[in-house]
Design a binder for this molecule. Structure first.
Ligand code: DON
Length: 309
């Protein structure tokens, strides 16, 4: 075994090539009408190393909404402001249920299982809302500084479409309010939540935006500390146990890295102290995770030996 740096570019190209047939499998998310317009057959992958280099392959210029991957940044901004106090409002346990499930909330007194299911992300948004005067602006600024791209924006058509079809998410938020676990106006918090989900990036920017997860909490582009080293470790642990909802166990088995998926067909994964990787391919499996995205990360982890165990 040598310590030579792998040829990341060549490896990503091999992965992208092998994933091309798989990128036609699965179904695009159609419960949000604006997302149903994405087409199958697309695949992109980018890797941002802990020493600041970006490598990519496939449809890298395509921009997509980051959907549930935004929940990682929401949690990050909330942890910056609340630290461990946040865990009074949301749990740290895997849910074993679908990302938009309502059932546990009723049994568990309006405390969502973790910050990555919708209910958990929405209550985390509510906490953030209480500490920020312009949450959407602050969130956009985070992505802009993490990617060094001042033009990062929001796909307003997707945000509006999600808001117009917000019934399940609204039901969760009102249920939490009925249990006293919601401080602000539900509709205003939901609007922020949907805007966070509709932030649009390409795959390189997505890997850069979450580079702090592989560097012990420091953002590569801005040089700023985003989280403490301990908080970063803790966040990665939660991503490992809950980042892929009811498929977290399968992802841990196949890929072996902390990860977070979104219904636009994107997934980020982290090799601590080595790199953050982002993939995008819109065809989803039954759970709502990208078919080619998971297969690509599985192949990458095997080629680079990045599974944690
Ligand atoms: O709230 C929703 O349903 C979407 N904006 C986000 C869902 C999502 O990406 C779940 N991930 N797999």
């Amino acid at each position: 075994m040598t310590n030579a740096t792998p040829d990341y570019q060549a490896i990503l190209q091999q992965v992208a090539q092998q994933m091309q047939p798989l990128s036609h499998r699965g179904k695009v998310a159609d419960y949000i009408p604006a997302l149903a317009e994405q087409s199958l057959g697309q695949f992109a992958i980018a890797l941002h190393t802990a020493d600041g280099q970006t490598f990519s392959a496939g449809h890298c210029d395509s921009r997509f909404t980051i959907q549930s991957v935004s929940k990682v940044m929401t949690l990050t901004l909330a942890l910056q402001r609340y630290g461990d106090e946040l865990w009074q409002r949301v749990g740290k346990e895997p849910s074993g249920t679908a990302f938009n499930s309502l059932t546990q909330l009723e049994f568990e007194n309006g405390i969502p299982r973790n910050p990555f299911i919708n209910a958990g992300a929405i209550v985390t948004c509510d906490a953030l809302f209480s500490r920020l005067s312009a949450p959407i602006h602050t969130m956009l600024e985070s992505y802009r500084s993490h990617t060094a791209n001042p033009k990062v924006g929001i796909n307003k058509v997707v945000a509006q479409s999600e808001y117009d079809h917000r019934y399940r998410n609204a039901a969760m938020a009102y249920l939490m309010k009925s249990f006293g676990n919601f401080d602000n106006q539900v509709e205003e918090v939901l609007w922020s939540y949907f805007n966070f989900c509709a932030i649009e990036l390409n795959v390189c920017e997505l890997a850069q935006a979450f580079s702090y997860l592989s560097t012990g909490g420091i953002c590569q582009q801005s040089g700023q500390r985003v989280l403490s080293a301990r908080q970063t470790q803790q966040l990665n642990s939660l991503l490992f146990t809950s980042g892929l909802y009811d498929a977290a166990g399968d992802f841990a088995y196949r890929v072996g890295m902390p990860g977070k998926s979104g219904v636009s067909g994107t997934i980020i994964a982290v090799a601590p102290e080595r790199f953050t990787v982002a993939v995008w391919s819109p065809g989803l499996d039954k759970v709502g995770n990208s078919v080619a995205g998971i297969a690509a990360l599985e192949l990458l982890a095997e080629k680079l030996g990045t599974a944690l165990f």
